[in-house]
Structures are given as structure tokens and as C-alpha cells.
Design a protein around this ligand. Sequence first.
Ligand SMILES: Nc1ncnc2c1ncn2[C@@H]1O[C@H](COP(=O)(O)OP(=O)(O)OP(=O)(O)O)[C@@H](O)[C@H]1O
Length: 236
Amino acid sequence: MSNIIINAQSLKKTYKTGMVEVNALNGVDFQVRQKEFTAVAGPSGSGKTTLLNLISGLDTPTSGTVQLNQKEISSMSGAELGDFRRDHIGFIFQSYNLIPVLTVTENIEYIMLLQGIKKNERHRRVKKILSEVGLEGTGNRKPIELSGGQQQRVAIARAIVSRPNIILADEPTANLDSKTGRELLQIMQTLNQKLGITFVFSTHDHMIMSHARRLVWIHDGQIEKDEVREQPCQGG
Ligand SMILES: Nc1ncnc2c1ncn2[C@@H]1O[C@H](COP(=O)(O)OP(=O)(O)OP(=O)(O)O)[C@@H](O)[C@H]1O
């Protein structure tokens, strides 16, 4: 179907460490439609990060296929995949991964620089995005001068400023208290609804799970449950 933006088929991933093999994913079929807001949940070690890494092309499956925007990523060259990720996918990590020596503005500008976007346009977008994530006036600060929740907002701003159609977030609220986590979730939901960005994020957090329209539950490297709720809880 044409509105499927992520299509993973029969994904398997085996990690080998010396003589030990770990089957992190055991044959996962996973499709995501445009504009979906999907939480991937499951116990520690169930395979959530592995799944996100494979569907973003950050890692390669032992077997199985991944299509992004109807294009098989294993058929892309390294450079092509790099360009595709830069232009279509935004990443948010639990540890924020901001560049400490850069200011908030410079962190957010970085991918736009790589995309060759002109300075005026970069600054226009940074200003707009900072207000969208509630961080007006912080552009000249360094990440260390911000709270964890503010740093994660910068990470969200950085992920969306290059206008990707997919955001992948690996436990984005794991290091935040529940109030801050809830605020962040609201920002993600607003961006999902307002800009139509597709979100896929992993979480352990039951509050976050309860707000996702779609909840995919992974256990021992397999999808155990895949539910779409008509009326998930609203943010707040
Ligand atoms: N690079 C690696 N080398 C070896 N084993 C790995 C590697 N990455 C993950 N694993 C193993 O694969 C399994 C799935 O790990 P994964 O990180 O995907 O789980 P997760 O659900 O994201 O866990 P958590 O919630 O704790 O982050 C685990 O048993 C883990 O120990």
C-alpha cells in the first residue's frame, strides 16, 4: 500500500560475541503508515533498539528486508543511505546526543549545514523551531546550561528542523522525570498532528504507551501484540 513508509519483512538479527550468539530479532514483520504515532514497548533486552536500528539502516539485519519510502535500503550504496537518512529520518536518543561544544542554535543548524541550506533560511527555521518546542531565548546557550528536559527539546528541534518525514526515537523520555516526559510527549504529539511527521519510538514508560495510538509489543525478539487504539489518552 502506498502510504506505508516503513516496511520491514522477516527481520532477523543475530549478534555474535565470541562463541555466544544472541537472537535479538526472530523474524519481525513491521509496517508503519505515514503520520502514524507508534510506540514500541517491551521488556529490557526484547529487541526494541535493534528494531529501530535496523529500520533506520543504522545496522544491517542478518536476514530480512527493510523498505523506506518503498525503497529497499540494502540496495542503496553507503552514500545513498547516508543521504536518505539525512533527508528523511530524524533521530532522538535517550541520552540527547547533543554536541557539547556547540550552542543550541549550532546544534540545531548542523544538519541544515550539511544539506546546504543558506544561513538566513537556517536562522529563520531555528527561530521558528525553538518557539515550537518552547525554548525561545536559549539559542546561545550550550547544552550543559540546560535541564535534561530542555536538552531533549533541543534534540527534538534538531531532529525535525531538516523536515524529515520519519522520526525514530529510542526511549526519548527514559532520563526524564514523569512531568517532563509528559511535556515532551505533548510536543511530539503536536508535531505529529500539525506537521504530519511519522513517529516511531521505543519506551518502557506506561504513561507514554497509554498515549500512543498504536502500541507494538515486542517480547524475545518477536512482535507479541500490535494494537491500534481509536482513542488513546490525550497528552497532559
Ligand atoms: N551490539 C550487540 N552485541 C551483542 N548483543 C547485543 C548487541 N546489541 C544488543 N544485543 C543483545 O540483543 C538483545 C536485544 O537488545 P536491544 O538493545 O535491542 O533490546 P531493548 O529492548 O532495546 O533493551 P533495553 O530496553 O534494555 O534498551 C539483548 O539480549 C542484547 O543483550
